[in-house]
Design a protein around this ligand. Structure first.
Ligand SMILES: [Zn+2]
Length: 419
């Protein structure tokens, strides 16, 4: 008897297999959720009047006076709420005002494989005091809104993409701002995490202020997370800024001397540089920005040579490092027979570094002979509109031809002393 009861308690292999099948069937049913009808909803259809609906939505966004109104105007999806909250936070962070949004075109069906539609919108804005930027209304840019159609015929803004013109800063991603006495760093989507940008920006500000005692502008550095986003911030292709570590430009790409100017880093290049080289680049660009040279038409050798004069002012590297390319070329082919021209500075040109080095050597020579005060006086005179030839005479008592002659001799002598 005892054996029989023990036999009944033991589970037979068939019973185990049956139990596993039941468990599997339940698992599959739970996973498929056949009682749900909206497991894979099709995108709502985009109607013929979508353009008018989106146009009204952009007006609502333009008129929003609070975060709640802005979020509501962006639409009723999870993505649109996330986009609107981040964007509104950016607006507050920069103290941006006078935001103008104008619908241009869009709302067509079938423009995106994922069922969303697009709209082209014109944008302009005015940076506020927390940004450190000149508080001047920007030139209009065009952006592309990506909108998901909703069941009720409305739309939800999912994302904003670069259109034409420099991408407006507050539409570029999640912004963070760090501010010190003279420098502001605005990072996009985490910025360039490989360098201590805030620290380097402070050093750049201090280094420029030390030599350029007349500088009044704050330094504002924009630090995007990716190379393509850096290109959009300066309205260039990723390829065209492919070799450039940083660009000093107006925030809206305009040529107005009163426009807000920024140094935009290109992390694709900047992040690969060692600390010294990165600092030289940043201080060089800070010199352009803080002397308001970005929109001026001064000769390239004056702008670039002076920026490197400031950036390398206290640099301890040997000439074979800081002017290695030009000195090797002088050793091989002799000194160039003219000062570097604007064409020589073309950014994609081979031997770019040598051109910059040769312009720096003009200022290095002048600095050694006349000192910072006269060099700054010359630079400020040229910036102020004095013709270069007149400015060299009054600052140094030398003609451009005499400077060229002395510079060529200086290059040859420096080349002979460098290995
Ligand atoms: Zn430069």
């Amino acid at each position: 008897m005892a054996d029989d009861s023990a036999e009944r308690l033991r589970l037979s292999p068939n019973l185990i297999a049956g139990a596993i099948l039941v468990v599997l069937a339940i698992a599959v049913t739970v996973w498929q959720q056949p009682w749900r009808t909206d497991a894979t909803p099709a995108k709502p259809v985009i109607s013929a009047n979508a353009g008018a609906v989106i146009s009204a939505q952009i007006r609502e966004l333009d008129n929003a006076r609070s975060e709640t109104e802005f979020v509501s105007a962006a639409g009723g999806s999870k993505d649109s709420r996330a986009w609107a909250k981040e964007t509104y936070a950016n607006i507050s962070l920069l103290g941006a005002t006078d935001i103008e949004l104008r619908f241009v075109s869009g709302g067509d069906a079938g423009v995106r494989a994922d069922g969303a539609t697009e709209a082209t919108v014109e944008v302009s804005w005015r940076p506020g005091p927390p940004s450190g930027l000149a508080e001047r209304q920007t030139k209009q840019a065009e952006v592309t809104l990506v909108l998901d159609p909703l069941k009720n015929g409305a739309f939800a803004i999912r994302a904003v993409e670069h259109g034409a013109g420099a991408l407006p800063l507050w539409l570029a991603g999640k912004l963070e701002l760090s501010r010190s006495e003279g420098a502001t760093v605005i990072s996009i989507d985490g910025g360039n995490a490989d360098q201590s940008i805030a620290e380097q920006a402070n050093i750049a500000y201090d280094d420029v202020s030390k030599v350029v005692t007349t500088a009044t502008d704050r330094l504002v550095v924009v630090s995007p997370h990716t190379g393509p986003r850096a290109a959009e911030m300066v309205d260039q292709s990723t390829t065209s800024i492919g070799q450039i570590a940083a660009v000093t430009t107006t925030i809206d790409g305009s040529t107005s001397a009163k426009a807000a100017t920024v140094v935009v880093l290109n992390p694709a290049v900047f992040a690969t540089m060692d600390t010294r080289a990165a600092q030289v680049v940043l201080t060089h660009e800070a010199t352009h920005l803080m002397t308001n040279a970005t929109t001026s038409n001064i000769e390239s050798w004056v702008a670039e040579g002076f920026a490197d004069y400031v950036a390398l002012h206290d640099d301890r590297a040997s000439l074979s490092v800081s002017a290695g390319q030009i000195l090797r070329s002088v050793k091989k082919d002799g000194a160039p027979n003219h000062l570097p021209t604007a064409a020589d500075f073309g950014s994609t040109q081979h031997g770019l570094g040598g051109t910059y080095e040769s312009a720096w050597m003009i200022f290095r020579m002048l600095g050694a002979r006349f000192g910072d005060k006269d060099v700054l006086g010359f630079y400020n005179a040229v910036l102020g509109g004095t013709p270069t030839a007149k400015a060299t005479e009054s600052a140094f008592g030398l003609s451009v031809a005499e400077i060229t002659r002395d510079w060529r001799a200086y290059l040859v002598k420096s080349a002979s002393m460098t290995s």
